[in-house]
Ligand binder design. Structure first.
Ligand SMILES: Nc1ncnc2c1ncn2[C@@H]1O[C@H](COP(=O)(O)OP(=O)(O)O)[C@@H](O)[C@H]1O
Ligand SMILES: [Mg+2]
Length: 213
């Protein structure tokens, strides 16, 4: 059985695609991994076309409620050790479907009060999925994204995230390497192997593997 990891937050630009593709590529070193690009904007798909990523990216936009069931069936039929869903950015039933399928929902959260507020609706959908599954998941991992230790908000993010009452994973800090890797058609581990971005992606991926084991 594939382990399904959905990267989701309803806020745009918070780092969903960056987190999804980097953890997928990190997992792909040892496992068979598919990224499901559920965002109609197709950022992960475009990224994969820029170069050679170790994880396969499938464009499977999930933008309408009526196709959610067929979409979920297609995802369930995929053969891989890990399926990483780059979640849709809108609050629709389709979003609930992507969360409902997951063993783990990874929620990147930016370092501002507004980002925290924008995260609550996603967590409410998780709560609904948990109810529907009678408490059998999904797990949640909050991941500080674009964390900037130079700002007050960046330094206080950990305390602020604790107020959301879900486990908090290691941060992906604000680093030019993440964007430059995309431009080069790679991911943190191929762009600068052993670099700071690669190290934090590895740390996050290790924890994710433990959570879905
Ligand atoms: N940790 C980070 N450090 C620096 N830039 C980042 C980081 N995470 C994301 N970015 C950049 O921010 C922009 C939005 O990120 P993206 O992953 O596409 O967000 P989303 O998928 O949530 O819309 C992209 O240009 C991306 O390269
Ligand atoms: Mg995206």
């Amino acid at each position: 059985m594939s382990r399904i990891i959905t990267v989701a937050n309803l806020k745009g630009g918070v780092g969903k695609t960056t987190v999804a593709v980097n953890i997928a590529c990190c997992l792909a070193g040892k496992h068979d991994v598919v990224v499901v690009d559920a965002d109609a904007q197709g950022s992960a798909t475009a990224w994969s076309k820029r170069g050679e990523l170790p994880a396969k990216v499938l464009a499977m936009p999930l933008d309408a409620e009526r196709q959610a069931e067929a979409w979920a069936r297609k995802v369930a039929e995929l053969e891989a050790d890990y399926i990483v869903i780059d979640g849709p950015p809108h609050l629709t039933a389709a979003f609930g479907t992507a969360v409902g399928l997951a063993d783990l929902v990874v929620v990147p959260v930016g370092a501002s009060v507004l980002d925290l507020e924008a995260t609550r609706p996603a967590l409410e959908l998780v709560a609904q999925a948990r109810e529907a599954r009678k408490g059998k998941g999904p797990k949640v991992l909050l991941v500080p994204s674009k964390a900037d230790t130079r700002t007050l908000a960046g330094r206080e993010i950990d305390a602020a995230l604790a107020s959301l009452d879900e486990p908090v994973g290691p941060a992906l800090h604000l680093r030019v390497g993440y964007a430059d890797a995309v431009a080069a058609g790679g991911w943190a581990g191929s762009y600068e192997p052993g670099g700071a971005a690669h190290a934090e992606v590895e740390k996050l991926t290790k924890l994710i593997k433990e959570l879905v084991r």
